[in-house]
Design a protein around this ligand. Sequence first.
Ligand SMILES: Nc1ncnc2c1ncn2[C@@H]1O[C@H](COP(=O)(O)OP(=O)(O)OP(=O)(O)O)[C@@H](O)[C@H]1O
Ligand SMILES: [Mg+2]
Length: 318
Amino acid sequence: MPGTTQVRLEVSELYVQYPTPKGVIKAVDGVNFSLKNESLGIAGESACGKSTLGTALIRSVQPPGRIVKGRVMLNDEDLILLSTNEFKNRIRWKRIAMVFQGAMNALDPVYTVESQMKEILTEHQFDGDMRQRILDALDQVGLDRSVAKRYPHELSGGMKQRVVIAMALLLDPDVLIADEPTTALDVLVQAQIINLLKKVRKEKGIIILLITHDLAIVSELADKIAIMYAGRIVEFGSSADIYRNPKHPYTQSLIGAIPRLRANEKKIRFIKGSPPSLIDPPMGCRFFARCPQAMDACKNDPPEIKTETGYVRCWLYK
Ligand SMILES: Nc1ncnc2c1ncn2[C@@H]1O[C@H](COP(=O)(O)OP(=O)(O)OP(=O)(O)O)[C@@H](O)[C@H]1O
Ligand SMILES: [Mg+2]
């Protein structure tokens, strides 16, 4: 893209765990992917580790959770090696920003949009014209400038979601992580938010990571898709490839579960059973117990097998 910066994000062997009285939850358990100025859709069932992965990239995993090991390269810098302070001063919001899951409902009810935005700019030592920056950010997300003076309860759900996206864009990040930005919005507003993210991406050429449990909405935005299952990415590749030719039986089931209004399928297919515990996951393939194509080999852990645009973690392709 002309006039935009080149951004490379490379995540390798990332492990994030939450110690709990019942045992250690291995929420992200050896995740790998890389992106070059591309957008990524991260999809998978509830509790598979999507938000934990997002928060790890911005070093905001909720305690007692912690990054156990891994590499997160942003261009040529390993972010995991930075001290907490250095990460906070140089990277968070300025290079990587995140719209946290449920953020639009966590706006402070007693402050106007403008004062909440000002607080972010002040906290990150923004030295330009704050008011102008705030108005520009509102323009960027398609909100009227009068929204600056409003309180959260005066805004619709779609407007609040635009406000939290504007907040994340205030310091002009290279990477934007949006965690379930369309959940709880009606379908028309969902489409508007996805279009907004598309526009931001086109204008700025930034990397967008869109986390969602709904595979149907990522196709519009994502160049690449990562399908997560029980703490791991089981399939990664270009979205065209994954929609047209899903390889992992889990990806196939997820795509099969998207309701097709115009097709003659009367019943929505769903995946029987539930994912394994992340405290004591099974030795082999984690989808084994639910997989319609399981075989003996699947009792061993499948490696990442290279595909045309990424990889699949499944013995069927070895
Ligand atoms: N603060 C925490 N303390 C303990 N365990 C946690 C914490 N946050 C998440 N977990 C656990 O880590 C695992 C992954 O959770 P995570 O929130 O990352 O999943 P998710 O894919 O984002 O789910 P959802 O689609 O419901 O948002 C789950 O087993 C969850 O219970
Ligand atoms: Mg989540």
